[in-house]
Ligand binder design. Structure first.
Ligand code: BTN
Length: 265
């Protein structure tokens, strides 16, 4: 039986609305099913596809999450997409890209969403979206998974103590996937074009300030599970000019570029 809450995306309408001369987006492909849109975009990057390709899957069979986790979402219950970027700025600045995607996602979703560093989208204390950034040579693949109309019984189990949710379950203002996708790609394009024009500096375009306003981690006591397997606990005091989280511990300030953050109550 067709799920009336879960209408398909309209690729032609998306391309008409978002692809324009001089803009970032070159082509938006909506595929009924794929393994992982990040894998698809990584392949496109490896065969030399220019930046601005977007692949959106109505269903992902092997969605990838951060730290080798899976991203699971029923068909058309959310947005699962990846974009191909070839940022012509120093690679040191690329660490802002996943944070930029988080800011654009927060703006698109509205509904009181905040970010847990680096880029989990939370509504209340529950996770509604995640972002996976991967570097392939001179390309960056940004993958975004957002739960939109997912029902409680369809949600995956909590990861790292974080309950999942969806826009529907969190009572968000809009659960219109197409409108959210347009808002997301437009917001990201605005940030990216300005940031690139400033050589990848977040300060002059206000990206760092916007990120800090949306980041619920700053000011919280946190435990961070580091990629090497150890962890540290302290107070998250700010995000620095490179997008790293600064944690005040008994042994001084530590700057973290990757890790799983737990907000300690
Ligand atoms: C996370 O662990 O929070 C990141 C999840 C990222 C999931 C998205 S869904 C679209 C894209 N394709 C993938 O395989 N993963 C990302």
């Amino acid at each position: 039986m067709p799920d009336l809450d879960r209408s398909p995306l309209d690729a032609r309408a998306l391309n008409r609305a978002l692809v324009h001369p001089g803009g970032l987006w070159r082509r938006i492909e909506v595929v009924p099913e794929t393994g992982s849109t990040n894998a698809d975009i990584a392949e496109a990057a490896a065969r030399g596809e220019p930046e601005g390709l977007v692949v959106v899957a109505e269903r992902q069979l092997a969605g990838r999450g951060r730290r080798d986790r899976q991203w699971v979402s029923p068909p058309r219950a959310g947005l699962t997409l990846s974009v191909l970027l070839r940022p012509a700025v120093a690679p040191g600045a690329w660490s802002w890209l996943p944070l930029m995607a988080g800011v654009a996602l927060c703006e698109a979703v509205d509904s009181g969403a905040v970010l847990k560093w680096p880029n989990d989208l939370l509504i209340g204390d529950a996770k509604c979206a995640g972002i996976l950034a991967e570097v392939i040579g001179d390309a960056v693949v940004l993958g975004i998974g957002l739960n939109v109309t997912t029902r409680a019984a369809e949600l995956p189990p909590p990861t790292s103590g974080l309950e999942p949710t969806s826009l529907l379950l969190a009572g968000a203002r809009s659960t219109d996937r197409e409108a959210i996708l347009r808002a997301l790609l437009r917001a990201f394009e605005r940030w990216y074009v300005d940031w690139r024009a400033c050589g990848g500096a977040a300060g002059p375009v206000g990206l760092d300030d916007s990120y800090k306003k949306m980041c619920a981690t700053i000011g919280r006591r946190v435990t961070v599970h580091l990629p090497a397997g150890d962890h540290l606990t302290g107070d998250a005091v700010t995000v620095d000019g490179d997008g790293q989280l600064v944690i005040r511990t008994d042994d001084g300030d530590r700057r973290i570029s990757a890790g799983d953050v737990l907000h300690v109550r």
